[in-house]
Design a protein around this ligand. Structure first.
Ligand SMILES: [Ca+2]
Length: 266
């Protein structure tokens, strides 16, 4: 299988072997990095995508059902707390005799929108593979953000998500807060609490989504891909360059916020 990815590390297209035709294509929403909207699929390998299915998620980005173009649910998914999926028909019966581990639509985007490898039973989570049967990652945390190097979502995947395989959503927010306070040690006097909260919100949302320049908070003079990368270095940046870009981003956003507050924006 060959995967073609967006700049935000989302699978846009899959091709099988040496085929030059897509076997599947995905369209993603802007709310979250694994906010899947729909999947087009070539069901008979004739080179033409002939099946469109729409993704329906719950509040923690778990795929709960897929629907056809008429809006009819064609398959449903239920999960253990740690994300092991059961495949169900539209009427909630299991898709096969008891095991419930077969999708009749080749559907693999499941718990938290993660991609399930049907052969191994592991979810692909970008930096790592996650084993929902054991409830842990199968390799150690490469950045040691969690002292328990195999733990997934603080052992609380009902609340948290970890689309990177590196840290959960709340850890990300804490990292953003610490880097933000380091960049603006006297932020309360200079830009105010409301502005600080505003910036923290957009930083957190940006990392969990994909700030590709089209997000409402992306400034025109700093396209999203270059503006800050959430204090995580772009591969082409030195630490000093990343630090500078981050500080510039915070300055831009705080100015935008203050301008908006003063009614100066059009
Ligand atoms: Ca086809």
């Amino acid at each position: 299988m060959h995967y073609y990815l967006s700049a935000g590390n989302q699978v846009l297209e899959e091709r099988v072997g040496t085929s030059t035709n897509a076997s599947q294509q995905y369209v993603w929403g802007l709310r979250y990095i694994d906010d899947l909207l729909l999947r087009d699929r070539d069901t008979n390998t004739d080179g033409t995508l002939d099946q469109r299915l729409y993704a329906i998620q719950d509040a923690n980005w778990n795929l709960v059902a897929i629907a056809d173009s008429a809006g009819s649910v064609v398959e449903r998914y239920t999960y253990t707390a740690y994300g092991q999926a059961e495949f169900r028909n539209a009427d909630f019966s299991k898709t096969d005799s008891g095991l419930g581990d077969v999708s009749n639509y080749g559907w693999t985007r499941l718990s938290a929108g993660m991609d399930l490898d049907l052969t191994t039973g592991l979810y692909y989570v970008r930096a790592r593979w996650y084993n929902p049967a054991l409830g842990v990652f199968d390799t150690r945390d490469p950045i040691a953000a969690d002292p328990n190097l195999y733990r997934y979502c603080h052992n609380n995947p009902v609340i948290y998500v970890d689309p990177t395989g590196l840290w959960t959503s709340d850890t990300h927010r804490q990292l953003m807060k610490e880097s933000f306070l380091a960049a603006f040690p006297d932020y309360a006097e200079t830009i105010g609490d409301a502005c600080a909260a505003y910036i923290l919100d957009i930083l957190t949302q940006s990392n969990l989504g994909q700030d590709n320049g089209s997000m409402p908070w992306s400034s025109a003079n700093q396209p999203g891909q270059q503006n800050y990368r959430h204090y995580c270095r772009d591969q082409n940046q030195s630490p000093a360059q990343a630090d500078t870009a981050y500080t510039q981003y915070l300055n831009t956003e705080s100015n935008n916020f203050n301008t908006a507050l003063a009614g100066g924006s059009s």
